[in-house]
Design a protein around this ligand. Sequence first.
Ligand SMILES: *Cc1c(COP(=O)(O)O)cnc(C)c1O
Length: 367
Amino acid sequence: MKVPFLDLHAGYLALREEIDAACHRVLSSGRYLLGPELEGFEAEFAEYCGAAHCVAVGSGCDALELSLRALGIGDGDEVIVPSHTFIASWLAISAAGAVPVPVEPDEDTFTLDPELIAAAITPRTKAIMPVHLYGQPADLDRIAEIAAAHGIPVLEDAAQAHGARYRGNRVGTGSLAASFSFYPGKNLGALGDGGAVVTSDDDLADRLRLLRNYGSKVKYQHEIKATNSRLDELQAAVLRAKLPHLDDWNARRAAVAKRYQDEFDGLPGLVLPKVEPWAEHVWHLFVVRAAQRERLRDALDEAGVGTLIHYPVAVHRSGAYADAGWPAGSLPIAERLASRVLSLPMGPQLSDEAVDAVVSAVRGCLG
Ligand SMILES: *Cc1c(COP(=O)(O)O)cnc(C)c1O
């Protein structure tokens, strides 16, 4: 049996009638931007997260960049970001004109190590951006304490963590603002690009609404210099159809993760992801560390099991940051992770038979 890493088409088929109906509603409405679907989705996603506001934009990357710009963070400012993340976290900081200052993660949980943050703070530090990488919340209380001691805000990158909880509260409610991505492969994915900022700060939400729409609240009155980044009506309608299923999908992901954890416990040459007791992980990705990663990857490929690497090149080793002052060896945990991590098939539509196939392929290679 072939097990693709992720089957987006299966995700569509599982909800075909609702998605088709949502699309037809928009197509025949004559309203394609800044309409009732956007308003409805923003209200529903804010409520789901437990926040006062949701401002939906064109992508997760835009959500991060606009949150920084809404706080006046830009030229010459520094923002603390994990060394091990998807490059978009860093690129959003750079796009705002600020400098990403990397801090290494806890190698077992993959999220920002709070104990290393203080040493990276300078008078120019204007925000801390933890990333809830692979779906597990970072240690938000510890991070908030450090941020408060320095009088700077926390802006969460929750692009991989829709619905995850930290000490019982949804991510997006324990900081000034959280950014989400609705890239198709995310836990809550659109049929194209999309993103959102969730916040309970009225002024910040107001500013974000200006920033995403040419600085305008009233047509042709432009209060500030801004950009155009709006979640369109079609994507908003699709996301409204999907949102009521998110908790069930996350529960299925958790069941698959539990099976992997049980079956792979103690296998030689394999380190399983650690879940903190205060975390409700939503398993965007199930990431193992393998001493002989390429051998395992080839064996799985041979058995028809698709895998991916998130991410094969540490951000500071990519061309984009070649001249940023972080040479090879300067962030050893990020570099080691880039050489060891492997993502196994994960998704709400993964069948029990598919999980069986992954289990026997991994055990066949390492057991
Ligand atoms: C997907 C992602 C982003 C960016 O989201 P886009 O919608 O692709 O722009 C940012 N940060 C992380 C951690 C992501 O996984």
